[in-house]
Write a protein that binds this ligand. Structure first.
Ligand code: PRT
Ligand code: MG
Length: 215
């Protein structure tokens, strides 16, 4: 059996065509089904539906052989035990620093002020600000980061931006680019050795379908 870990929502939707290219069709839609293990048209392939941030963990411990995870999530996880053969170029967005409209971010940085930064992406944020020599106190949040500068929890946030609509709706502006993000294929290293004859064709099909973005 080959087990593939996916999160529902945008990653699942953009993965369906890649699965199809590998001859894999889910028998149910995770958005309407409450099942966490989904059968496919192939007896030897199943999907498990997990939180986006948990995908690397399932693959690291071999509970799933393969997974698809955002690069944002992989940077926080650290990538231990994971082979990352492909950038699938799906679910693209940018990790950005954003502040409330009217907050003088560059002025504060120039003066060497200590900034309070709220984020779910503590590791990426730490590296970004350390690289620039900016002093920060990081506040870990699990969602709705956009609220933090509006209610005085933080001076800035580090969050994903795709259309920019969420920042705009909350009167925030992006001031710095941290990292381009897209989703990557991750494979359990031991599973790849033991089941290469079944895993490699899936990697190859994904590679062809996603126009060869080798990491
Ligand atoms: O939603 P849940 O709490 O279960 O987990 P999650 O948010 O980690 O999962 P999901 O499915 O929302 O995101 C999975 C992956 O999609 C992320 O890890 C990213 O790699 C990728 N991705 C691509 C995004 C976005 N685009 C994105 N826009 N993930 C989140 N967003 C959020 C962003 O955090 C912000 O709140 O959408 C909002 C901004 O969108 P715009 O279009 O208004 O700019
Ligand atoms: Mg989300």
């Amino acid at each position: 059996m080959i087990t593939i870990a996916l999160s529902k929502g945008r990653i699942f939707e953009e993965t369906v065509p890649l699965l199809a290219a590998a001859g894999i069709q889910p028998l149910e839609d995770p958005d309407s089904s409450r099942k966490l293990i989904l059968a496919t048209n192939r007896d030897d392939v199943r999907l498990v539906i997990v939180r986006a941030t948990d995908v690397p963990t399932y693959v690291q411990y071999g509970a799933a052989d393969i997974g698809i995870a955002g690069y944002d999530v992989l940077l926080e996880h650290g990538g231990a035990g994971l082979y990352q053969p492909l950038d699938l170029d799906i679910a693209r967005c940018k990790l950005m620093v954003a502040v409330a409209e009217g907050f003088d971010y560059f002025g504060a940085v120039r003066q060497g002020a200590r900034l309070r930064v709220a984020t779910k992406y503590v590791e990426s944020a730490r590296q970004h600000f350390a690289g620039k020599g900016v002093h920060v106190d990081l506040i870990k949040l699990y969602g709705s980061m956009e609220l933090a500068p509006l209610v005085g929890l933080a001076d800035a946030i580090v969050d994903l931006v795709s259309t920019g609509g969420t920042l705009k709706a909350n009167k925030l502006v992006a001031v710095e680019h941290v990292q381009d993000v897209s989703s990557r294929l991750v494979v359990n290293q031991a599973a790849l050795k033991l089941k290469r004859n079944r895993i490699q064709p899936i990697i190859d099909a994904f590679s062809r379908a996603s126009a060869h973005h080798h990491v």
